[in-house]
Write a protein that binds this ligand. Sequence first.
Ligand code: CP
Ligand code: NVA
Length: 305
Amino acid sequence: MKDLISLHDLTAEEVQNLLKLGLKLKSELKAGIPHPILKGKTLGMIFTKSSTRTRVSFEVGMTQLGGYPLFLSSNDIQLGRGETIHDTAKVLERYLDGIMIRTYAHSDVIELAEEANIPVINALTDLLHPCQVLADLMTTYEHKGKLEGLKFAYIGDGNNMAHSIMYGCAKAGLDCAIATPADYQCDAEVVENAKADFKAAGRNLILTEDPVEAIKNADVVYTDTWVSMGMEAEKAERQKIFMPYQVNKELFSKAADDAVFMHCLPAYRGFEVTEDVIDGPQSVIFDEAENRLHAQKAVMATLMG
Ligand code: CP
Ligand code: NVA
């Protein structure tokens, strides 16, 4: 395992090991036990999109591991002015011990990982968001005491979150149901890969246009913004089309009685989720946000340690 680009590339055991290490690092941190696993190492963090959680959790996580996080806004580095990914990779590998990147085209992250002989971590592309799903699986485990056999329902846009959730659920042994409007289904290639992963795991994947079918008896209910970064021009249209997919009290009541509600954040109350659900007693959104820190420390320690 050189990079973390997609959970599809990992074995079930590798995913499990990352989750276990994340939980261990979390309990060490809470107990005040230092773990300077990356002392003297530097992580470059390239952002061509906005971020609150990802930036802060990677910076703080790297610091807690004894290393140094270097924030590289694409506005300020030559990549943003047309320097090639190849040259950027070849230069950065001379200085850094790892690169974290958040950008638009998934192919750019694959190219960067191929060109750089240091670990590359995908911190969100238009296609995938694997770090978020590691934190979500960790949170699910903390609240449910297990992962194997649970039902995870995602309602909304067939986007980067939906894709990584499918991959993550298959690797961790959960059943998964995804409900999207007909014209906003998941990427066909990701679905094919995910189907193979679910088959190998002996678990079920349901893809439907019916949010009620997806949410029925779910242990975890997940949604995400209807307007991902880069789609701002489609906002008004999307808000109309997606309204039947809003996770509100009525829809949420069809999940298991003890279901938890999750959202990667940032959330838009009154659109993909209503206040009574996201701010209600079954919401675990801030545990998820916290677990970004612990899960990503496990990723960095594993790849760069
Ligand atoms: N969930 C998530 O990735 O948040 P940010 O966009 O704030 O990093
Ligand atoms: N789907 C969202 C996730 C944000 C963390 C986006 O890509 O903007």
